[in-house]
Design a protein around this ligand. Structure first.
Ligand SMILES: C[S@@+](CC[C@H](N)C(=O)[O-])C[C@H]1O[C@@H](n2cnc3c(N)ncnc32)[C@H](O)[C@@H]1O
Length: 353
């Protein structure tokens, strides 16, 4: 297959395109991106094989790409009276799968199409199984089948490797807003934990009784998450904290500048959602890491309007170089989460430092 379909937040197609071009070049596979701004996906046309490219890159190392699917050329002008026959004919050219994911771009038009696509996909998968073109749900397969619809007549058909892709439909981890949380931002930290920390390590990484600092904490959405995990939190912000959160007795609120604050003793977690230039936040994170003030950190980098991919790489490189200069062992990951907007979220694990 010569086409890799990449899903992203609408408006971040240029970053998604720059990222795949950069990563494909690194592994010596050539291609070119095609996209229209705000469409919520990028087509990456390859001179080599899309499956080969996917095998060379760890999906979890990608930042702006929510999901990737090796696709056949788009099926346009599907007959409305029988879409199943032409699509079934194409499935024969794909690796064998055991589940079908119905998807659309994450845009207003895409969301309006979701009801129809879900219904159609259910009929389509039944027909595929009946005709021996798809395994039963219980059978294991290395691949997932994706149907990505642009309209009732225009759809992409392709596969993603189960072990090297997002397990969520449309690459989106949907979370329910906890009704008692003080701000919607709370979902960013919750999603970050789900993405960066394997479930089997949750207890060790987030277990009760840990200590945390939340820089730029008000009104307390992130602090609320830390408190839910049983942590004792120092919340640093000039703004007011949510009152019921303060009543838990687990939060100390300091009206101080996050860039001047120094913890009395090291903490297990430091999280930072301060709105400031990304390179300044990066320097602050480096400062915390080199002082050994926190074992694990989650922080947001608020991206500028232009050159967002370049700025991202500059910040991550600065952090890596700084940590290496100090011979500090670390694990650093970054992701443009579903609940992020003009920002990315990073995770720095220094527990082996
Ligand atoms: C996006 S909000 C944080 C939202 C918070 N994470 C939540 O979940 O509710 C950014 C916060 O950073 C604070 N802030 C900005 N600059 C700061 C600084 N230099 N020191 C401390 N707090 C700062 C602002 O007052 C604001 O409350």
């Amino acid at each position: 297959m010569k086409l890799l379909l990449l899903y992203c937040r609408a408006g971040f197609e240029a970053e998604c395109a720059a990222e795949i071009s950069n990563r494909a070049t690194e592994v010596g596979i050539a291609g070119y991106p095609v996209f229209t701004k705000d469409q919520g996906y990028v087509e990456y046309h390859l001179f080599g094989d899309a499956l080969e490219l996917m095998s060379q890159i760890k999906f979890r190392s990608l930042i702006f790409i929510r999901q990737w699917v090796a696709c056949l050329p788009v099926c346009s002008e599907l007959p409305t009276q029988d879409r199943i026959s032409p699509l079934s004919a194409l499935v024969q050219d794909l690796p064998q799968t055991a589940e079908l994911i119905a998807e659309t771009p994450d845009t207003t038009e895409g969301r309006e199409l979701q009801g129809f696509v879900t219904k159609f996909a259910s009929a389509f998968s039944q027909s595929l199984r009946k005709n021996g073109l798809m395994l039963s749900r219980k059978q294991a397969s290395l691949w997932r089948l994706h149907l990505f619809a642009l309209s009732g007549r225009e759809m992409f058909l392709g596969v993603s490797p189960v072990k090297n892709s997002s397990r969520h439909a449309m690459g989106i981890q949907r979370l329910k807003f906890p009704s008692h949380a003080p701000s919607r931002s709370t979902l960013k930290l919750e999603e970050a934990w789900h993405w960066f920390i394997p479930k089997s390590e949750f207890d060790e990484a987030l277990g009760g009784g840990l200590t945390a600092v939340d820089l730029g904490a008000a009104p307390g959405g992130w602090t609320w998450q830390l408190v839910q995990k049983g942590m004792f939190v120092t919340a640093v912000d000039n703004g007011p904290m949510n009152e019921s959160l303060m009543e838990t007795g687990q939060v100390t609120h300091l009206r101080e500048d996050a860039f001047r604050f120094e913890p009395v003793r090291p903490v297990n977690w430091m999280v930072c959602d301060v709105v400031e230039k990304p390179i300044q936040v990066t320097e602050l994170m480096l400062d915390w890491a080199t002082h050994g003030w926190a074992e694990q950190m989650v922080f947001n980098l608020k991206l500028p309007m232009k050159q967002r991919y370049k700025e991202t790489l500059q910040c991550l490189d600065r952090l890596k170089d700084g940590l290496n200069e100090h011979s500090i062992d670390f694990k650093l990951s970054a992701r443009h989460l579903y609940h992020d907007r003009e920002e990315i979220t990073c995770y720095l694990d220094l527990r082996k430092a």
